[in-house]
Design a protein around this ligand. Sequence first.
Ligand SMILES: [Zn+2]
Ligand SMILES: [Zn+2]
Length: 353
Amino acid sequence: MSKAHGYAAHEARMPLSPFHFERRALRPDDVRIDIRYCGICHTDLHLARNDWGITVFPCCPGHEIVGTVSAVGPQVTKFKVGDLAAIGCLVDSCGECDQCHRGNEQFCRNGYTLTYNGKDRVSGEVTHGGYSDHIVCRESFVVRVRAALDAARVAPLLCAGITVYSPLRKYRAGPGMRLGVVGIGGLGHMAVKLGVALGCEVTVVTSSESKRDAAHALGAHRVLSSKEPGALASLASGLDLIIDTVPVAHELDPYLGLLDVEGALVVVGAIAQMPGFHARSVLKNRRSISASPIGGIAETQELLDFCALHGVHPDCEMIPIQDVNRAFDRMERADVKYRFVIDMASLGRDGSA
Ligand SMILES: [Zn+2]
Ligand SMILES: [Zn+2]
């Protein structure tokens, strides 16, 4: 066992505060990572506040983890001490089912293990995430961070990035594809950058006219205001794929009308009861509606390698961990461009953790 410290929610609706706990001793195929950066995801806020009624307290969040390998078990072959490495939303799965064999650990038929608020497959203990000084994880759930990447700006790729990259790959986004991105927050800004890097013609749809310049700055070729009368109609049947990153329940009909024949709209932002849609909105052009959660481990590695090759980085605002509660409040107001990342070197500076 090793002594760990970090920040945790000790009960619902209480601010996060210092937390001391123990990480397991290294198993033969385990890697220990000293955490340097951890992104802040909306899920962290929901679980810390027990919005979904499934949180086990104390809850140490964080599933966008980047750090340096500081120890390896005797059977580890992919990593050595000193390597830059990362962990996303999952730390384990059964490894034996058809979906695990296909690299779809996120669909493991026997239950994957979440990086935090999950249950370790061996010990049954509750898992703790990246708002902490180090983590221990099976090497098969650790991905490599190439030197071409700026370590301080990699973290959001591990959840926000893979969440949009996975559907982009499934629908074969590439040169010639007309891609729509609805909303530009943490997920949307990554969808724009990745879509551009993949060679798509990218249209951003936003309800906020003030985001027009920001969308172009991210590389978008066209920006439509969903509030401007006639704006969406001007692009009717003009897109092949829409990545819908709106984080709350919303009408789909206005966006479905943008899809050309066989086009698909993929919901990645909202985990909510959605309003209905008119069947005509999908039967016209034989459109489809889909939704998609994160991605598999091999696909996450592919994303990091793609970003290293193309120089794609999320836009991050770096904070010390002592500001995490303020960051949660600001995130709720969408007051961040576009993702908070905790600089874990700040841990311990307040003397209490
Ligand atoms: Zn997340
Ligand atoms: Zn499985």
